[in-house]
Structures are given as structure tokens and as C-alpha cells.
Design a binder for this molecule. Structure first.
Ligand code: 13P
Length: 290
């Protein structure tokens, strides 16, 4: 069963923790996350970049997700990450994923708000939720985004825009960036508090990879309730595969399922770490809104 992203994140908001949203790359990473979430009794958001959705296909991703979740007690939502392309947004809405991030941060303000309102109308008509991003979060994620700040607005304008277009979750600039950090980021927990004082809409943190425990705790305490992790999953996945292949070459044994098991173990350990760190572990069974 596909859970509501908004319901998972609102429960986190009400109880002072954050739901991790991991970008999967294939069926191995997807199943590993569901298994880890079940073991930790944590809600989880399975995110898919536009690049991955294009390469696997919207239908197959949906079928893989349903198959991975079936027969488990996991509360998992299926979410399309940064998508500036209206045709793909509509495909995913038609396929009834839990939610989409319509990334309008490359448009000017008026066009971004008008197009987001259009997406929200189409999505809500069939029960799909919408995360809005009209300021760009620095860094390129799977081919989408920019390394420089293009659009930035006041918290008041951001919240007004989200209210006007009826979006469910809000992704503002919070000093983080997608990908690896070369220096320490200047985080903006005060901005989270300002936005939270203006709206009940959950605030999403992008660019989670590379933040310290203390930085995550600061941002969760300020009011962030969905945290995106992509680079760490890719790194964890590829390092486990690399290590396995070096050993395989030494032994001259070439068994792909053994490599998938090894990668799965590494991804499960990574996910468990974030469930503990974000306070989501143990929260799935009791997760109806207070
Ligand atoms: P990282 O790649 O820095 O973990 O960011 C993930 C993200 O924000 C996906 O939208």
C-alpha cells in the first residue's frame, strides 16, 4: 500500500522527528530500504529522481514499489524527486504515486506559482500530493538543478506562494546543497523557524548528505520534518559493489546475487543509521496524527 507522504511527514512534524526520503537507484536499493524500515519500525519515503524514473520507467517503478511493500507492515510513500518537466509530472500523477516534487525553481516567480497551481490541481484531483520548490537549492542532482543561486525569496513570499498554489510540502533554501560538501555549509535553522511560524505546511530539507549529527538535530529541532538523502545512498551502494568486485576478482567467482546481497546489507546499515539519527525509528506503528 502506498502511504501518503503528507501523513507520514505531518506525524513527524507533530512528534518532533524527521522522515528520511532516500533516492533509490534500482530494485536492490528499494528492497533494502523497505527491509531496513520494517526492522527499525520507521516510516520511509522512497524517492525517485527523474533520471531514474526515465531509465526504469514509471510503471515498473510503481510495480517494484508495490511488490517490495506487499506483505510488510512498513509505512512507505513513493515520491518523484525534482521534476521540472510537466509531461513527466503528469505521467507520475496518472500512475498515482504518493507525491511529486514539481521543481519550478528555473522559472520566474509568477510562472513558477501559476504552473505549480496547475500541477496541484491535477495531482489533488486523484489524491497525489505536491512538494513545491520555487527557490533553487544549490547543486545538480541527477542532471537537474544549478550550482548557483538563481531565485531566492523572502519567507513571507515563499509561504504565500505555497498557500496560493495549494502545495502540500515546502522545500526552501536552508543553506544546504545537493552532492558532496567541499566546505562547511552555512545552515539556516532560523529560516525554518520563520517559515514554520507562518505556515503549518511541512518543511523539507534537501542536500542531506554530509551534514553532521549536530546539524541534523539543529534543523529537526527548528522544524524540518522530511530530509532527503541521495548522494550517501549512491556512495554506499557503489563502494559496497566495488569492494565486492575486488574480492570477486581475487577469488575469480562471479555471482551477481551475492553482490546484490552485499550491496543490500550496506544500504540497510546506512538507512538504519538515518532512522536512528532522525528519530523516525520506532515511530511507524504509532503513526496516526495526534
Ligand atoms: P544529497 O544528494 O546531498 O543527499 O541531496 C539529496 C536531495 O536533496 C534529493 O532531492
Amino acid at each position: 500500500m502506498r502511504a501518503s507522504t503528507l501523513e507520514l511527514v505531518r506525524n513527524a512534524q507533530d512528534h518532533g522527528y524527521a522522515v528520511p526520503a532516500f533516492n533509490i537507484v534500482d530494485e536492490v536499493s528499494l528492497r533494502a530500504l523497505i527491509e531496513a524500515a520494517e526492522a527499525a519500525d520507521s516510516p520511509v519515503i522512497i524517492q525517485v529522481s527523474l533520471k531514474t524514473a526515465r531509465s526504469i520507467g514509471v510503471e515498473l517503478v510503481g510495480a517494484m514499489f508495490d511488490s517490495a511493500v506487499r506483505g510488510t507492515s512498513v509505512k512507505a510513500a513513493l515520491h518523484l524527486d525534482h521534476c521540472p518537466d510537466l509531461a513527466w509530472i503528469n505521467k507520475v500523477i496518472d500512475a498515482r504515486w504518493s507525491s511529486v516534487l514539481f521543481d519550478a525553481s528555473d522559472r520566474d516567480f509568477d510562472r513558477a506559482v501559476a504552473e505549480t497551481a496547475q500541477v496541484v490541481r491535477a495531482a489533488h484531483a486523484v489524491g497525489v500530493e505536491v512538494e513545491t520548490e520555487i527557490e533553487n537549492i544549490v547543486g545538480v542532482e541527477d542532471g537537474v538543478g544549478s550550482d548557483v543561486l538563481v531565485h531566492s525569496y523572502s519567507p513571507e513570499s515563499l509561504v504565500q506562494a505555497a498557500e496560493d498554489c495549494g502545495a502540500d510540502l515546502l522545500a526552501p533554501q536552508l543553506g544546504t546543497a545537493h552532492g558532496e560538501y567541499s566546505g562547511r555549509p552555512s545552515l539556516l535553522p532560523g529560516r525554518v523557524r520563520e517559515i514554520r511560524a507562518l505556515t503549518d505546511k511541512p518543511v523539507v530539507l534537501h542536500g542531506g548528505t554530509g551534514l553532521t549529527q549536530a546539524e541534523f538535530r539543529l534543523l529537526i529541532a527548528a522544524g524540518v520534518s522530511k530530509i532527503n538523502i541521495s548522494t550517501d545512498l549512491k556512495r554506499t551502494y557503489m563502494r559496497a559493489a566495488h569492494k565486492f568486485l575486488i574480492d570477486a576478482a581475487e577469488r575469480d567467482e562471479w555471482d551477481p546475487p551475492s553482490m546484490f546481497r552485499s550491496v543490500s546489507g550496506a544500504v540497510r546499515a546506512m538507512a538504519t543509521h538515518y532512522f536512528d539519527l532522525f528519530g523516525s525509528a520506532g515511530q511507524a506503528s504509532g503513526s496516526t496524527r495526534a
